[in-house]
Design a protein around this ligand. Structure first.
Ligand SMILES: *Cc1c(COP(=O)(O)O)cnc(C)c1O
Length: 366
C-alpha cells in the first residue's frame, strides 16, 4: 500500500530527537506558553524574515485571529477562493463576516485577479489569498488591488510553508500570513497547531491578546478574546522539524519533477509553476479528463495506491456556505483533479510504481 501522505515516516526518522524534546517539556514543568512556544515563534519569524510570529491553536484560528486583529466582522466582506480547504472559509464565517467567492486561474489554481477586482464592493475589507497546494498566489497583482481599495491582504499559507516568490517567503508579503501545522502539512506537528506571521508590531500585540482571553500583559482583559494558544509540546516538536523543512521541501520538489517528466506524453496536466516561484508541493495535483478521473482513482486504489481529491466539493457548493455565484474555472477543475502520493520519505521504487500505474491506466484505455 502506498499512502497519500505520511506524517508517521517523519516521526520515525526523527523519533529520538522528538522524544527528547517532549521529555524536556514534561520534566520542565512549564506546559502553557513557555520557553518552547517563545523560541519557536522567534525561530519561525527568522525563517520567514518577519518581525513577529504569534503561535495559536490551529490554522483556522490563525486566519480567524488575523481577521479579528483587523476588526473584520459582521457586515464586512472578505474575498476568498471557493477552491480551497473549508477551513479558509470557516474562519471568515466564524468572525461574522461574509465570504465572497472569487474564481481561480486555470494555470495556477489560485485567485483570479480579474474576478477579485469584479468582486470588490464598498463593504470589502480583506482578501484571503490561498497559496493552494504550495503554489504562490499572484501576490504582486493582489497587493496592488489591496492597496488601491484599502483592503487587508491575508495570506493563507497553510499549504505553502517554505514556498517563496522572487526570493520572498510566503507569509511575509501580504499584511499578515497564516499557517497551519496540521500533521500532514509540510511543517507538521503531531496534533493541532498554527501561527500568524505579521509585519506590524501593533497587530502582533493584538494577536497575543486575542489568543488568550483578551488579556494584556498584566493579565487584564481589555477586549473579547478566546483561548487559542499554541501548545508547548507541539512547539517543541515543531522546533525539531523546522530546521528540516527546506530539505523536506527539496525532496518534494525532486519527486514533483520526476512525476512531471514521467507524464509529459500522457493526457495528464501536471502543475505549472508561477514564474519566479519556489513551489513547496504540499500536494501534487494533476488534471485528467473529467470522464477519466474517478476511473483513474479507483484503478490506482486497486493497485494499492492511495490518491486524494483536493477538493471534491467547492466550498460554495456546501449547504452552509451555498452561493449561487458562478465560478466556471472552479467548477470545471473539480471534476478533473487528482492528488498523487508525494511526501518526504516516499521511496523511489514506490514513486515508480505510481508512475507505472498511471501509464498502464492510459495504455489499457487505448
Ligand atoms: C489545513 C488548512 C487550513 C486549516 O488548518 P487547520 O490547522 O486544520 O485549522 C486552512 N487553509 C488551508 C488552505 C489548509 O490547507
Amino acid at each position: 500500500m502506498i499512502p497519500f501522505a505520511s506524517p508517521h515516516s517523519q516521526y520515525k526518522k526523527l523519533s529520538k530527537e522528538i522524544q527528547a524534546a517532549i521529555r524536556l517539556v514534561l520534566t520542565s514543568g512549564e506546559y502553557i506558553l513557555g520557553p518552547q512556544v517563545d523560541s519557536f515563534e522567534k525561530e519561525f519569524a527568522a525563517y520567514l524574515n518577519v518581525p513577529d510570529v504569534v503561535g495559536c491553536a490551529n490554522g483556522t484560528d490563525a486566519l480567524m485571529l488575523a481577521l479579528r486583529a483587523h476588526n473584520i466582522g459582521v457586515g464586512d466582506e472578505v474575498i476568498i477562493p471557493s477552491h480551497t480547504a473549508t477551513a479558509s472559509v470557516a474562519a471568515v464565517s466564524i468572525c461574522g463576516a461574509t465570504p465572497i467567492f472569487a474564481d481561480i486561474e486555470l494555470d495556477y489554481y489560485t485567485l483570479d485577479i480579474r474576478d477579485v477586482m469584479r468582486k470588490c464592493t464598498s463593504r470589502t475589507k480583506a482578501i484571503i489569498a490561498v497559496h493552494l497546494y504550495g503554489q504562490p498566489a499572484n501576490m504582486k497583482e493582489l497587493l496592488s488591488v489591496a492597496r488601491k481599495h484599502n483592503l487587508i491582504l491575508i495570506e493563507d499559507c497553510a499549504q505553502a510553508v517554505g514556498s517563496a516568490i522572487n526570493g520572498q517567503k510566503l507569509g511575509s508579503i501580504g499584511d499578515i500570513g497564516c499557517f497551519s501545522f496540521f500533521p500532514t502539512k509540510n511543517l507538521g506537528a503531531f496534533g493541532d497547531a498554527g501561527a500568524v506571521a505579521c509585519r506590524n508590531p501593533a497587530i502582533a500585540v493584538r494577536l497575543k491578546r486575542l489568543r488568550q482571553y483578551g488579556w494584556n500583559e498584566e493579565r487584564i482583559s481589555v477586549e473579547s478574546g478566546l483561548n487559542s494558544r499554541l501548545d508547548e509540546l507541539q512547539a517543541a516538536i515543531l522546533r525539531v522539524k523546522l530546521p528540516r523543512l527546506d530539505a523536506n521541501n527539496e525532496e518534494r520538489l525532486i519527486q514533483a519533477n520526476r512525476y512531471h517528466s514521467a507524464f509529459l506524453k500522457l493526457p495528464v496536466r501536471s502543475p505549472l509553476v508561477r514564474p519566479g516561484a519556489l513551489h513547496s508541493y504540499h500536494l501534487f495535483v494533476i488534471r485528467v479528463a473529467a470522464c477519466d478521473r474517478d476511473l483513474l482513482v479507483s484503478y490506482l486504489a486497486k493497485k494499492g495506491i492511495k490518491c486524494g481529491i483536493h477538493y471534491a466539493t467547492p466550498v460554495h457548493k456546501m449547504p452552509y456556505f451555498a452561493s449561487k455565484v458562478a465560478l466556471p474555472n472552479t467548477e470545471k477543475i473539480v471534476n478533473e483533479i487528482v492528488s498523487l502520493p508525494l511526501f518526504p520519505g516516499l521511496k523511489l521504487h514506490e514513486q515508480k510504481r505510481v508512475i507505472t500505474a498511471v501509464h498502464s491506466f492510459f495504455d489499457e484505455k487505448m
